[in-house]
Design a protein around this ligand. Structure first.
Ligand code: FRU
Length: 729
């Protein structure tokens, strides 16, 4: 039971664990220096990249171009326990301490797009801003046919793209002496700042003359400058920017709409950036420096690039919707899984409960069985003890009762008489005590011996007379292994019955078969063959089946008595018994014996057929019936044989003369010879009435050797001579 519970608990825990257990999550912190459409595009690409990895969690932070805020955000991202940091530092040197702190904690750092002056980073990814500035410078020179006046509006001071783009641009322009940079204005990547500084410059330099082109370091800067120029009025110069984003306010559309003259695609590649992060976290090989490729956007290619860019955006949006749906399904699946696990757990609990109940009942049944078995053993033990105690008690109490009636005791001195009374009284007390004790030990299961004892008068004296039984007395076979009991029974029975003795069932059976006694008194517990088996054998055998059997035993339990009757016993008397009870029982059994007196009923003229004397007696058993039918058949077949002897009849029945004699006598009350004569006379009577044969002829025909003897016998039987039987009534 205990083990089962442990198993179920483990199973449940495993189930719960499988419910909640996910692969280890990679928590990736993304620290953006700004918040604008370029950053938005990149962030959404990072998210899409994460869709391809089940175990990535992104944590975004945007510093809105503030160093302090970005430093604080990096520290707090590290504090939440990120596994990797992606950072676009606002300026080259200002953010480095925060990056160092993250790196020193063992967190891999990817610097992207903007550079830092610390060496403590794991990888860098970004486009080449110098090259971009240089290419833009060359484009401008070409666009202006190497002649013209331009203004450069810078990105945020101290940020690496601003520095590098400026250097590239100026170096390219320097190659073209016809191009003159009229002003280099300090912006900060935002449109409002660009507008303000350009406006201020224009206001201050009203006489500066014509400006042919403004290079804003990103598209927003270029558009801010354009706004300022538009306000001032006059012919607008050309505006060039960088970023070249697709979408509504993106640089590509601005170029296509001729608001900008050119732009430069500044690659975002968020998905590629995410893959690099996962590779690092997975411990896979990766590039330390990744340079992203880029391209110029002009009036010539803006249309195609816009189409391509917007198609990509559309696909991204589809992807996002798909992901949204998928995660909804996954959520549902998760709920269903939880439901299934809960149901499973409930079923398991129920099973455990049922198993527990089942085992409890099993255990209870086992305990009950054991108790019953123990009780049975105890009972058998007490039965055994009872037998051991009651037998000697019987042999003390009985003889004492007999002794009490002898002249010696009756006329003994007063002192001797008193002593004798004390002995008798105490023997009786001891018997009662033992009975009570045994009853108490085995509870209500032992036959109520006390009640039984009260009905018996143990003190009833048995007359001790020296009479010998007469010749006709019935024969009783005593079967008991205890010589004292046999001797005691002898003293009780010898005056009335002729006795036979055997010390066990096997011998008893031999004697019963040979001598065919009228009754058997047998003990139950005996060596070699016990009384039950013996009784069964007696009742099975054709020769002895009719003999009444009294089982005499100390096995007082009801179930023992039932066993006794089942073996075929006619009576069951428990020890200690009263001699009178035994005598009465024997007498009763011998007299109620079933006797068939009408085997060959012989009718006289005046008397009706005698009714069978067996009305009140128990019906004969099938064995007896068969025996009698067979006997009748043989007698009738051989009736006419005047030499027919009882030996011949016995031989025909497969029995000895004695066996046949005793069996027939027991069953019918008549001897075989008597029955043979009766059969002959009965047949003769029938012939006298139905045939015309002479009396002599009839006498010979029914087996009489002499007609005169026939006449005598006939007269003896019927009271008339055969001739008279012929007269009509
Ligand atoms: C976006 C942005 C872009 C520019 C880049 C330089 O935040 O300002 O417009 O090209 O950053 O780092």
């Amino acid at each position: 039971m205990h083990k089962l519970n442990i198993c179920i608990t483990i199973l449940l825990l495993a189930l719960l664990a499988s419910c909640s257990q996910d692969a280890k999550k990679y928590r990736i912190g993304v620290s953006q220096c700004s918040d604008d459409i370029w950053r938005d595009k990149q962030n959404s690409e990072l998210k899409i990249g994460a869709y391809f990895h089940d175990n990535v969690e992104l944590r975004f932070a945007a510093a809105y171009d503030s160093d302090e805020r970005q430093i604080q955000q990096i520290d707090s991202l590290v504090g939440t326990g990120i596994d990797l940091l992606i950072v676009a530092p606002n300026q080259v040197s200002t953010i480095s301490p925060a990056i160092d702190r993250a790196y020193d904690k063992g967190i891999p750092v990817i610097v992207f797009e903007r550079k830092t002056n610390t060496k403590k980073y794991t990888a860098y990814m970004g486009a080449d801003n110098y090259e971009m500035g240089h290419l833009m410078g060359e484009y401008v020179a070409t666009r202006l046919n190497d002649r013209g006046r331009i203004i450069e509006v810078m990105g945020l001071k101290g940020s690496s793209p601003a520095i590098e783009r400026h250097n590239g641009f100026r170096e390219a322009i320097a190659e073209h002496p016809g191009i003159q940079v009229v002003a280099t204005l300090q912006g900060d990547w935002t449109e409002p700042t660009a507008y303000n500084i350009v406006k201020q410059w224009l206001d201050k330099n009203k006489d500066a003359g014509r400006i042919d082109l403004v290079f804003g370091m990103n598209d927003r800067t270029a558009m801010g400058a354009r706004k300022a120029f538009k306000e001032v009025g006059g012919a607008l110069p050309l505006f060039c920017g960088i970023d070249g984003l697709p979408g509504e306010n993106g640089g590509i559309r601005l170029v296509q709409d001729s608001l900008l003259d050119a732009s430069y695609i500044y690659p975002t590649h968020g998905d590629q950036l995410l893959q690099l992060a996962v590779d690092i976290l997975d411990g896979k090989p990766y590039e330390k420096e990744t340079k992203l490729m880029s391209a110029l956007v002009t009036q010539d290619n803006a249309r195609v690039l816009l189409m391509e860019g917007e198609e990509i955006m559309r696909q991204s949006r589809n992807l996002e919707q798909l992901h949204e749906k998928a995660s909804q399904y996954l959520d549902q699946l998760g709920n269903q899984r939880t439901l299934i696990f809960v149901a499973l757990a409930a079923i398991l609990l129920l099973l455990a409960l049922l198993a527990g109940i089942y085992m409890y009942y099993l255990q209870r049944a086992r305990i009950q069985d054991e108790r019953i078995q123990m009780e049975r053993e105890q009972l058998d033990f007490y039965t055994q003890v009872s037998h051991e105690l009651r037998t000697p008690l019987t042999l003390i109490e009985g003889p004492l009762a007999q002794l009490a009636e002898t002249p010696d005791v009756k006329h003994a001195s007063e002192e001797a008489s008193n002593l004798f009374s004390i002995v008798r009284r105490n023997t009786h007390n001891l018997t009662q005590l033992i009975n009570k004790m045994l009853d108490a030990q085995v509870g209500g299961t032992v036959h109520d011996l006390n009640a039984h004892l009260e009905t018996q008068n143990l003190a009833t004296p048995v007359p001790v007379e020296d009479n010998k039984p007469d010749e006709d007395a019935s024969t009783v076979l005593i079967v008991d292994d205890n010589a004292d009991i046999r001797a005691y029974l002898r003293t009780i029975l010898q005056d009335k019955y002729r006795l036979l003795e055997a010390e066990d069932g096997k011998h008893g059976l031999d004697i019963a078969r040979e001598q065919v006694p009228d009754l058997i008194v047998s003990d139950v517990m005996m060596p070699v063959m016990n009384g039950l088996e013996f009784c069964q054998q007696v009742k099975k055998d054709l020769v002895s089946s009719h003999i009444p059997v009294i089982l005499l035993t100390a096995r007082a339990l009801e179930r023992h008595q039932i066993e006794g009757y089942e073996s075929g016993a006619d009576a069951y008397i428990t020890k200690p018994f009263s001699p009178e009870l035994l005598l009465a029982r024997i007498d009763n059994l011998l007299h109620s014996r079933h006797q068939l007196k009408d085997l060959w009923s012989v009718k006289t003229a005046s008397e009706p057929v005698e009714a069978p004397a067996t009305v009140a007696a128990p019906a004969p058993t099938p064995i007896e019936d068969a025996f009698i039918s067979q006997f009748k058949k043989i007698v009738e077949e051989r009736l006419s044989d005047s030499n027919l002897s009882v030996e011949d009849l016995a031989a025909d029945m497969g029995l000895s003369r004695v066996q046949l004699y005793r069996k027939v006598k027991a069953l019918t009350g008549s001897t075989p010879v008597d029955l043979l004569r009766k059969a002959r006379l009965s047949k003769a009577q029938a012939l006298l009435q139905a045939s015309t044969l002479s009396v002599s002829e009839i006498a010979y025909q029914v087996g009489f050797a002499s007609p005169s003897y026939f006449t005598k016998c006939y007269k003896d039987e019927f009271g008339i001579v055969p001739g008279e039987a012929r007269k009509p009534n």
